[in-house]
Design a protein around this ligand. Structure first.
Ligand SMILES: [Zn+2]
Length: 92
């Protein structure tokens, strides 16, 4: 049985918060567990987490790393791609 949309949206919002929070500090055990079980069943949040991790590793890189594959594969307009690339470059 599928979860009602409202419950799923709440769970996805919480997962997104945890993914973003993980950029600022390590997640505690309960947070890691909640996120783990959510991304097991939610491909959208799994993709979002992968993209966040790609951007994080890109920002930590020495400046010679190629752009993350998920960034290159994402369905973005050329304009959006250029804006993101400029933001990433200026964040280095
Ligand atoms: Zn989700």
């Amino acid at each position: 049985m599928k979860k009602p949309k409202k419950k799923r949206a709440h769970a996805c919002r919480r997962a997104s918060e945890l993914i973003s929070l993980s950029l600022d500090r390590p997640l505690d055990r309960a947070e890691r567990r909640a996120l783990f079980w959510h991304v097991v069943i939610c491909s959208s949040c799994r993709t979002f987490r992968k993209q966040v991790e790609s951007v994080r590793s890109f920002l930590r890189a020495d400046g010679t790393a190629p752009l993350p594959t998920s960034f290159l594969d994402a369905n973005l307009s050329d304009d959006a791609r250029a804006r993101i690339r400029a933001a990433l470059e200026s964040a280095r």
